[in-house]
Write a protein that binds this ligand. Structure first.
Ligand code: UTP
Length: 271
C-alpha cells in the first residue's frame, strides 16, 4: 500500500519572478486557495497518511503556514468567526500529516528526493511536484490503483507538442498494457527534438521504489548541472525495474510559469 507522499518545495521559482522574490510560489493563491492545498487534498483523497515536505531555509514560510496556531487562536477568541474556525481546522488536519525535511541548496529534484531517505518506510512512495496541478480527476488515486494492479512503479504521462519535447522528461515506450498504461523502455531528461524517442512527457506524479535512494546517493549532476530524478529512474529502468507510464485523464495545469499560473485560476473557477 502507498501510504507516504513526498513533495519537493525547495526550488527557487525563478519563472514566477517577481511573485517569488519574497514569497513561496506554492502558497500563491489559485482561485482563492494556496496551490499547495490542492496537492494536499489530492494526497488525502487518495489514501495517503503521511506527507513529507522538502523545503529550504528560504522557504520556511511554508512551515509557518501550518504552524501559525497562536495567531489563529487569538483571532478566533476575538472574532468567533465560523469561516476562520473552519479554515483553522483544515490547517490542523494538514499539520497532523505533514513532516518537514530541508534541502538548503537547490541541487535538483533528485537531490531533494534523497533528503527523505531516512523517513520512507514502505517499498514504494508517491511523489508529487506541486507546480503540476491536475484537476477534474485525482491522478494520484488512479496511479495508486495501477500500482496495486501491476506491483510496479508508475509515472504520470501526457502527450505534448513535438516542438516542446526539450522542455520535458520524455518516454520511450515498450509495450501497451491497456488503454492508458504502457511499460516504459527508457526515459530521457529534456532531449533535443531530433533525439526525442516520442512526444510522451513525464508529468509531476510518480510512484517510486525505495531502491531509488541507492541510485540517487551515487548520482552525478546531469543536464543544466542538476541532479535530476529522471536520471535515477533511467538507471533503474536499465536494470530492468518495471516502470509504467500512466496516461492520466484529468486536466493538466502548469503553475510553474506565469501564463500557466494565471490560466490555473481561470480553469478552477469554471469547476
Ligand atoms: P522546477 O525546477 O520545475 O522548479 O522544480 P523551480 O526550481 O522551483 O522553479 P524555476 O524553474 O526556478 O522557475 C520542480 C519542483 O521541484 C522542486 C521545486 O520546488 C518544484 O516544486 N525542487 C527543484 C526542489 O525541491 N529542489 C531542487 O533542487 C529543485
Amino acid at each position: 500500500m502507498i501510504k507516504q507522499a513526498i513533495i519537493p518545495l525547495a526550488g527557487l521559482g525563478t519563472r514566477l519572478l517577481p511573485l517569488t522574490s519574497v514569497f513561496a510560489k506554492e502558497l500563491l493563491p489559485i482561485n482563492g486557495k494556496p496551490g499547495i492545498e490542492y496537492i494536499l487534498d489530492e494526497c488525502i483523497n487518495s489514501g495517503i497518511k503521511e506527507i513529507i515536505f522538502i523545503i529550504s531555509k528560504k522557504k520556511e514560510m511554508i512551515k509557518k503556514y501550518f504552524y501559525n496556531d497562536k495567531f489563529y487562536k487569538e483571532i478566533i477568541k476575538k472574532k468567533k468567526d465560523k469561516r476562520i474556525i473552519n479554515e483553522y481546522k483544515k490547517i490542523l488536519k494538514y499539520k497532523k500529516m505533514v513532516k518537514f525535511v530541508y534541502q538548503n541548496k537547490p541541487l535538483g529534484t533528485g537531490d531533494a528526493v534523497l533528503k527523505t531517505k531516512k523517513l520512507i518506510k514502505e517499498k514504494y512512495f508517491l511523489m508529487l511536484l506541486p507546480d503540476d496541478l491536475i484537476i477534474k480527476k485525482n491522478c494520484s488515486n488512479s496511479m495508486i490503483k495501477i500500482h496495486n494492479k501491476y506491483k510496479s512503479s508508475v509515472i504520470a504521462s501526457m502527450t505534448v507538442n513535438k516542438n516542446s519535447v526539450s522542455r520535458w522528461g520524455i518516454f520511450k515506450l515498450k509495450k501497451r498494457l491497456d488503454k492508458n498504461n504502457s511499460l516504459i523502455e527508457d526515459v530521457i531528461e529534456k532531449p533535443l527534438i531530433k533525439k526525442a524517442p516520442s512526444n510522451k512527457a513525464v508529468i509531476g506524479r510518480y510512484i517510486l521504489p525505495k531502491k531509488i535512494f541507492n541510485k540517487l546517493s551515487k548520482q552525478k549532476p546531469g543536464k543544466g548541472g542538476e541532479i535530476h530524478i529522471t536520471d535515477a529512474i533511467q538507471k533503474l529502468i536499465h536494470e530492468n525495474e518495471k516502470f509504467i507510464a500512466h496516461n492520466f485523464s484529468g486536466m493538466y495545469l502548469d503553475c510553474g510559469t506565469m501564463n500557466g499560473y494565471i490560466k490555473s485560476s481561470l480553469e478552477i473557477s469554471k469547476l
